[in-house]
Design a protein around this ligand. Structure first.
Ligand SMILES: CCC/C=C/C(=O)SCCNC(=O)CCNC(=O)[C@H](O)C(C)(C)COP(=O)([O-])OP(=O)([O-])OC[C@H]1O[C@@H](n2cnc3c(N)ncnc32)[C@H](O)[C@@H]1OP(=O)([O-])[O-]
Length: 288
């Protein structure tokens, strides 16, 4: 299974795609715009690869429908504890599909709730790691920011170039980006359309780690596997608590955290975790 990535290639080969297909026969659906697999120890990691390479993974409506459907399936899968979203070596995603948007009117956008279905990535209860190689522009950068952790390949570039198209970001580019990289850099990116490279993204705080391009997906899967070994129940609570930090005051956030901490004492996994420590053995979490 992990042979797909031991060659150091971050994208899936033709053979890998047919492996994905045969695996799909044993559980996961096949999609037109993405490839979905289970990876890592005990298939505990859900891997979603955006797969419109000719359009640099431009995020058309159909692709987002595929992503949402895959997220639903992987979320229901009790064996999967963490997800990874990636693209290919050239592009994570070069943005919302400009050709699809070109002739839309305000009425189309407003009455059709355009982008309404994008937000489900950030609402997922399982943690999601974005593994970004190449371009993450516009909606691509926003998709990465909807995830919980962003790892970048050395060749990654992040940007919000909507201004060059006569529009503005619509899925968090003016909201999440300043929280992650600070107002000055975010403002510069949004107003000029200039991109930042992986190193700048690391020092500004948009990404947590950089890896060689070919190792990126493997490393993301390794972290996802580590997360999956913890109690899924407690991981979801911890994720919710960290996210609170972005949506509330410090005092309210601390109060929320304390209540969630207390709540973990109502779970069997908290008891098991502490008992295992005292008994000097590995915890056997049951997600309850
Ligand atoms: C979500 C809320 C709001 C978000 C808004 C946005 O994201 S707005 C978007 C913000 N993003 C941007 O403004 C970035 C737009 N993209 C670019 O500026 C350049 O493609 C590049 C610099 C990323 C790569 O340059 P390069 O010379 O290496 O490659 P290349 O240029 O030759 O492209 C190869 C093929 O991919 C196609 N394609 C690429 N992107 C898109 C797209 N978003 N859409 C559709 N198609 C796209 C491109 O047309 C071409 O296909 P064709 O016509 O040959 O059949």
């Amino acid at each position: 299974m992990s042979a797909l990535f031991t060659t150091g290639r971050a994208f899936l080969s033709r053979a890998a795609k047919s492996a994905a297909f045969s695996r799909s026969l044993s559980g996961l659906p096949t999609y037109e715009n993405i490839i979905v697999e289970k990876r890592g120890k005990n298939d505990s990691v859900g891997l979603i690869q955006l797969n419109r390479p000719k359009a640099l993974n431009a995020l058309c409506d159909a692709l987002f429908d595929d992503v949402n459907d895959a997220l639903d399936k992987l979320s229901e899968d009790k064996g999967v504890g963490c997800l990874v979203i990636t693209g290919n070596e050239k592009a994570f995603a070069a943005g919302a599909d400009i050709k699809e948007m070109q002739n839309k009117t305000f009425v189309d956008c407003a009455s059709g709730n355009f982008l309404g279905h994008w937000g489900r990535v950030s609402k997922n209860r399982k943690p999601i790691i974005a593994a970004v190689n190449g371009f993450a522009l516009g909606g691509g950068c926003e998709l990465a920011m909807m995830c919980d952790i962003i790892y970048a390949g050395e060749n990654a570039h992040f940007g919000q170039p909507e201004i060059l198209l006569g529009t503005i970001p619509g899925a968090g580019g003016t909201q999440r980006l300043p929280r992650y990289v600070g107002k000055s850099l975010a403002m510069e990116m949004v107003l000029t359309g200039n991109r930042i490279n992986a190193q700048t993204a690391l020092s500004a705080g948009l990404v947590s780690k950089i890896f060689p391009t070919g190792r990126l997906v493997d490393e993301a899967i390794k972290t996802a596997e580590t997360i999956s070994q913890n109690s899924q129940l407690i991981v979801a609570l911890a994720k919710e608590s960290v996210n609170k930090a972005y949506e509330t005051t410090l005092a309210e956030g601390n109060e929320f955290e304390k209540k969630i901490f207390h709540a973990t004492f109502a779970t069997a996994d908290r008891k098991e975790g502490m008992t295992a420590f005292v008994e000097k053995r590995k915890a056997d979490f049951k997600n309850n």
